[in-house]
Design a protein around this ligand. Structure first.
Ligand code: ADP
Length: 305
């Protein structure tokens, strides 16, 4: 990343092993006592805090062994995040100073019009892009000091991506598409288990062309979650699907969030989908316009558009 040298690489190197152990389900006794899924059960399904709230400055190391419903720890602390793209003579300010916390185990919907900066934020959180200014802390780690190797491990072990277009390898079966990830992950589930989780246990040997769009997206979700990531980032996961199929896909995402405790961020421009979130972050013109907590979140089956 651009500022890795300026900030030095010590943080990434010294801290990374701990983070990797956390991903593998092992916990440094000085750092962490409660696995994410357990924390999810102990904590609230409706994180109460909003951007820049009292979580500021708290990191996993300092949190209590059994967090109360009022105090889920932040997994991401985003501060002053800006991204400017230089397109020839033109500068595009995709993000203009975003402050936001995302909490462990929550399901957040990022809502806003096209071009408001949602994907840019998701790409930075997922280590696919680097900010121009500002910082992202992931647990005890500052993403901006990760060198290329640390960033690769971060993406490989900690982050699952789901995109609007499923990006499956056409010449591989559903099982083989998932195995591409499980073969390089530290503590994966079996491809068959991941595909069963998304309701495709009976489609293991189907090629993408033999699957519907919704089924292909569920294979993509199985692929993303098979490595048991701490974070699932979904960019318009239902954008190419009709509403009933989209509901099925959202149901799988909600299930992964609920059963694995995976912190989940879903980008959409469809405000109906926001009703299934713990919190809804509204974007506008590269900024967070508002953050709202859903007093009651709906199940995807209750949604229609
Ligand atoms: P959203 O996800 O809300 O639709 P994006 O984050 O994709 O918004 O885009 C925000 C702004 O940044 C848009 O004006 C877009 O054209 C611009 N942008 C996004 N990615 C790039 C890029 N790689 N190069 C140049 N401009 C980009």
């Amino acid at each position: 990343m651009a500022n890795a040298n300026r900030l030095g690489s010590g943080d990434s190197r010294s801290g990374w092993g701990k983070a990797m152990n956390r991903a593998a389900g092992e916990f440094d006794e000085k750092q962490d006592a409660v696995p994410v899924a357990q924390n999810r059960r102990a904590g609230s399904s409706t994180p109460a805090r909003q951007a820049g709230g009292p979580a500021r400055g708290r990191v996993a190391r300092n949190r209590p062994a059994l967090p109360s419903a009022e105090a889920p720890p932040p997994i991401f602390e985003i501060r002053g995040l800006s991204k400017t793209y230089q397109m020839g003579e033109v500068q595009v300010e995709a993000l203009r100073g975003v402050d936001l916390d995302l909490f462990e185990g929550e399901l957040v919907v990022l809502l806003g019009p096209s071009g408001s900066g949602k994907s840019t934020l998701l790409n930075i959180l997922g280590g696919l892009d680097a900010p121009s200014r500002g910082s992202v802390r992931y647990g005890d780690h500052d993403l901006s000091v990760f060198d290329d190797a640390a960033m690769t491990r971060y993406r490989r072990e900690h982050v699952g991506f789901v995109f609007q277009f499923y990006n499956l390898i056409p010449s591989l079966t559903a099982r083989e598409n998932v195995a591409l990830v499980t073969e390089i992950a530290a503590a994966p589930m079996a491809p068959e288990e991941a595909l069963a989780m998304v309701g495709l246990g009976g489609r293991l040997d189907h090629f993408p062309t033999q699957l519907s769009g919704g089924e292909q997206q569920r294979v993509a979700i199985a692929r993303a979650v098979s490595k048991r990531p701490q974070v699932l980032l979904c960019d318009e996961p239902t954008g190419a699907l009709d509403a009933p199929t989209g509901v099925l896909v959202l149901d799988v995402i909600a299930r992964v969030n609920r059963e694995l405790g995976t912190t989940t961020a879903v980008i959409t421009h469809n405000s109906v989908i926001a009703e299934m979130a713990d919190r809804v972050v509204h974007f506008g013109d590269g900024r967070v316009v508002s953050v709202a907590t859903n007093a009651e979140k709906k199940s995807p089956a209750e949604l229609s558009w």
